[in-house]
Design a binder for this molecule. Structure first.
Ligand code: ZN
Length: 487
């Protein structure tokens, strides 16, 4: 790690982000442009994300499987809007084993088609339904403009794919998974998200309805946190996914798909980080607490390390993820800065005086300086730390929510709208017209992020069920939508 200061967020948010990803050793650039090497610290964060989600998927009856990386090109072409949406981003394999292939293969950009093919074989009767499968994998989309974690050529994610007997069950599944993601975002990532419906222009290629979670980053831009698609019978018809119903009639299935990717890591960085570096939510942080032992003489070293290891053991048995920083030849001050930059939620400082007094110093990452420091007894340290981690988790969420609320405007007219999307979200009446949406995008670069399911945005300020005038054309509007510039 270098001693150089990070670019501040105010100076250049995008440069701050890039430097931080590299310096915190989350990820690195790869030899192929647009690909990313996820380093161990970044992968540990992703592993905690996957664990928290996987547990929720299994609790709602889903199972994991693995489908192939290579898909016959003809599969992608079977669903019309799917091929139109994905064609420009496909990576195609034309040769194998030194020979030109009879049929080119695509590297999966997503797996609806190959999974649809398998489901058509596996599903015969209503007794086979529902099918609730998820897979953890990576996919490739040939993106032109890439950023580490936010948009990379290959990225890691999970994709859930389900098949159901009725339209109602398909819609219920799509909404259930949006709820699962919402719970994950709020509780684990400490990110206040807005669940909503995408416009026709923004929905997934091949979906009837796309739902997403949208989050505000600390520069006021939006990031799509994840998506959940109701695919209707589009893929079922393209791939002949059918079942015999109870009366012996052959019916098409109703399918869904839903995914969350390594973009989430980018969201965590951009929602919570500050000018010193990352601030990781305790529930996902690879290290929840770092112990920095402080000593000068060999004698001090012995007693300090003895206590440090005893405390570490106590914390680890309580299920707390602890890092002991015993690096030699680096000063405690350097270590403090280093772990601050890497976003460890709590730091424990332990010197000879603390050992003598039976205390330790705890420093909160979310409150820099004296304000975040406290002297606590070594006795009962695990309970003290666990409680403080919970406080930090909540404080991060509250701060992010307050920021979002402060930067979400309810514009009365198009001029106010234009000003609003320069600094954050515009929550505006929209007639639902694709023309207005396209013109807004052209004139302001803001896109329609979602139509929030809760039209009060959780504030209780009721506009729900009302009507207004479209912020662009002035025609009657039934719903309000979030518009923002987006990652
Ligand atoms: Zn309009």
């Amino acid at each position: 790690m270098s001693d150089l200061k990070l670019t501040t967020r105010a100076e250049d948010f995008s440069e701050w982000y890039n430097q931080l990803v590299l310096r915190a050793e989350l990820a690195d650039y790869a030899p192929v442009r647009g690909c990313m090497i996820v380093r161990p610290y970044g992968w540990a964060l992703w592993e905690n994300i996957t664990a928290a989600l996987d547990q929720r998927f299994k609790a709602t009856g889903h199972v994991n499987a693995a489908f192939p990386l290579l898909i016959p090109r003809s599969f992608i072409e079977k669903e019309k809007s799917h091929v139109a949406g994905f064609s420009p981003e496909l990576a195609v394999v034309t040769h194998g084993g030194g020979e030109k292939l009879e049929e080119p293969l695509v590297i999966r950009p997503t797996s609806e088609t190959i999974i649809g093919h398998a489901y058509a074989k596996w599903i015969q009767s209503y007794r086979d339904l529902p099918v609730l499968i998820n897979q953890w994998n990576s996919v490739v989309r040939w993106e032109l403009r890439t950023r580490l974690f936010l948009r990379t050529l290959e990225f890691f994610w999970q994709e859930g794919h389900t098949a159901h007997a009725t339209a109602e069950e398909g819609e219920a599944e799509t909404r259930q998974m949006l709820d699962v993601y919402t719970d994950f975002a709020m509780r684990e990532a400490a990110i206040p998200v807005i669940p909503g419906r995408k416009s026709d222009a923004e929905k997934f290629a091949g979906a009837d309805i796309t739902y997403s979670l949208e989050a505000m980053m600390a520069d006021g831009k939006a990031l799509q946190f994840c998506t959940s698609h109701n695919l209707g019978q589009n893929f079922a018809k393209a791939f002949e996914i059918r079942y015999l119903d109870k009366t012996g009639v052959l019916q098409y299935c109703w399918t869904t798909s839903w995914g969350l990717s390594t973009r989430t890591v980018g969201a965590i960085i951009m929602v919570h980080g500050d000018d010193q570096g990352l601030i990781l939510p305790p529930r996902l942080a690879p290290h929840q607490l770092v112990i920095v032992p402080i000593f000068k003489t060999d004698e001090e070293k012995t007693t300090v390390l003895e206590t440090a290891h005893r405390l570490r053991k106590e914390l680890v048995s309580a299920g707390i993820r602890v890092k002991m920083d015993e690096r030699e030849g680096t000063s405690p001050g350097f270590k403090f800065n280093d772990w601050e930059m890497r976003g460890v939620p709590l730091r424990m400082e332990l010197g000879p005086k603390d050992v003598a007094k039976g205390t330790v110093v705890l420093a909160r990452r979310d409150r820099p300086g004296k304000e975040g420091k406290s002297f606590v007894p070594q006795e009962g340290i695990a309970a003290t730390v666990a409680a403080m981690l919970e406080e930090i988790q909540k404080a991060l969420f509250d701060r992010a929510l307050a920021f979002r609320e402060a930067n979400t405007a309810d514009p009365a007219n198009y001029d106010e709208f234009k000003a609003a999307v320069e600094k954050g979200f515009a929550f505006s009446w929209w007639c639902g017209g694709t023309d207005c949406e396209a013109k807004i995008k052209e004139e302001t670069k803001a896109t329609m992020r979602c139509i929030p399911l809760d039209q009060t945005l959780g504030t209780g300020r009721s506009t729900a069920g009302g009507t207004g005038k479209c912020v662009y054309c002035g025609q009657p509007a039934m719903e309000k939508a979030i518009f923002a510039k987006a990652y």
